[in-house]
Design a binder for this molecule. Structure first.
Ligand SMILES: Cc1cc2nc3c(=O)[nH]c(=O)nc-3n(C[C@H](O)[C@H](O)[C@H](O)COP(=O)(O)OP(=O)(O)OC[C@H]3O[C@@H](n4cnc5c(N)ncnc54)[C@H](O)[C@@H]3O)c2cc1C
Length: 428
């Protein structure tokens, strides 16, 4: 069996790793012209759903390098007011059930580091500079992919892992085109140490945090610290940093913000945070402008089941969601792990290929569109400008901060909902 994977992002590369590990031939066709074609430094929250998939797909040595470089999540998730008063800190042990198994714990991972890990050992498998245009289904079975430069390649199955703007999805499932989620993220980074950049307020130097306000926006922060030991240096090549993201309903920030320059975005963020604690305002106003970027959020519509064929899709190509709750990459990794497992079973002759694909799609639709709903729910709650709703939420969070049992029952289930193991993950 030959699997053509369009897109060498998080999901596509993880699928390739899983297939190569299972001895199935795969080719990844990636539009970027080389492995160094990216500069995104944003940290990713890898939940147990992502961890399980990475362990299943990566060779043991690469999984260990991931663990050495990504390190342990620590510091939990704090909810604070715009005056920097802490309402509650939800500990890691509440977010996910405590486990001695590193795949069952959360890991903060630098995006470029994860990409390097996922690319390792795939030199003959990943082809850069291949900009997918369209596919044709071949009369005797199989599929041919065509590229913008006129080249083509044929295989038994084609997987669209080409992200939110997927050309594969546009041709295969046009009704699944994502729609704007009515919100935008303005992201930037601040060094955690070394005297460069603004001072980091105490709690924000640890774990993840959300600054809640009675406004249609909130600030999310996440501290990325290299783990000690030689593997840690590889995990965050540029040093330790704080990721900040001002998540705002589209109407609450200037129109056209998606094409603003760094200095313009910095001014927008600082203006929106005016009146907050001065340390928070400085966090935006004194940050390096070249680290700023804006991301309009989109969400996939839930599409009715479609018949399986020799084309399928994974990750953002089919279930893109706003990054509210850090779920998207984890679902892309889970897709890759499940699809690799099903395709490997088909390659061994244990199930027909069509059944392997439709089995993957049915299971993926169930967990992934649940995750899209979670992300949209998180976004709505965070950007609610309603004063009574904010006051109620703050009072509840304060109570949870004071009473550990309430914290466990109030936060544990909702956090772990999308990362809880699926039966096939448990069996693995
Ligand atoms: C600011 C921000 C923060 C986030 N934080 C988190 C987080 O903490 N945790 C989390 O789980 N998720 C997070 N996400 C979401 C996560 O980044 C995505 O869900 C994830 O990258 C999806 O992986 P993917 O493989 O489906 O797509 P991608 O990683 O986008 O990969 C798609 C690949 O396809 C290639 N491609 C596109 N078109 C073509 C073509 N025509 N031909 C060939 N190749 C093509 C692209 O170059 C790219 O390499 C965040 C997103 C953003 C924007």
């Amino acid at each position: 069996m030959r699997v053509i994977i369009i897109g060498g992002g998080i999901g596509g590369l993880c699928l390739a790793q899983g297939l190569v590990k299972a001895g199935v031939e795969a080719v990844v066709c990636e539009r970027d012209t080389g492995r160094a074609g990216r500069a995104d430094r944003y940290r990713l929250h890898i939940s147990p759903a992502g961890g399980r998939a990475l362990r299943a797909c990566l060779p043991g040595s690469a999984w260990q390098r991931f663990l050495d470089g990504a390190g342990e999540a620590s510091g939990g998730f704090g909810f604070l007011t715009e005056r920097l008063r802490t309402l509650v800190v939800v500990e890691e042990s509440v977010m996910y059930p405590p486990s001695a198994d590193p795949a069952e714990r959360a890991h903060p991972a630098d995006r470029m580091f994860l990409r390097e890990i996922l690319l390792s050992g795939l030199d003959g498998t990943v082809e850069f500079g291949r900009d997918f245009d369209r596919y044709d289904l071949l009369p005797g079975g199989g599929v041919r992919a065509r590229f913008a430069d006129g080249s083509e390649t044929a295989g038994d199955i084609l997987v669209g892992a080409d992200g939110a703007g997927s050309a594969v999805r546009r041709q295969y499932l046009p009704a699944a085109e994502p729609v704007p989620a009515g919100a935008t993220g303005i992201g930037w980074t601040v060094p955690l140490a070394g005297g460069a950049g603004p001072r980091i307020p105490g709690r924000l130097g640890h774990g993840m945090n959300m600054i809640m306000v009675s406004a249609p926006f909130f600030l999310f922060t996440s501290a990325f610290r290299r783990p000690p030991g030689p593997g840690g240096a590889a995990g965050a090549p540029g040093g330790d940093y704080l990721l900040c993201a001002l998540v705002t309903r589209s109407g609450a920030c200037p129109p056209g913000v998606g094409s603003f320059t760094g200095p313009e975005l910095r001014a927008v963020a600082a203006t929106m945070m005016a009146g907050w604690h001065p340390d928070l305002v400085r966090l935006a106003a004194e940050a390096a402008p070249e680290t700023f970027g804006a991301f309009p959020f989109a969400a996939a519509p839930a599409v009715p089941a479609w018949p399986g064929s020799q084309v399928t899709v994974l990750g953002d190509a089919i279930h893109c969601m706003p990054p509210a709750g850090g779920i998207g990459a984890n679902m892309a990794l889970r897709d890759a792990s499940l699809l690799a497992r099903n395709l490997a079973a088909a390659a061994r002759g244990e199930v027909p290929l069509a059944e392997a694909v439709s089995g993957y799609e049915a299971e993926m639709r169930d967990y992934a569109f649940g995750a899209v709903r979670s992300a949209l729910g998180n976004l709505r709650a965070g950007t609610s400008a309603s004063l009574p709703a904010q006051a109620g939420m703050r009072a509840w969070f304060r109570l949870c901060g004071a009473v550990p049992a309430l914290r466990r029952s109030g936060f544990g289930e909702s956090w772990n909902r999308d990362a809880r193991p699926r039966p096939w993950e448990l069996a693995a």
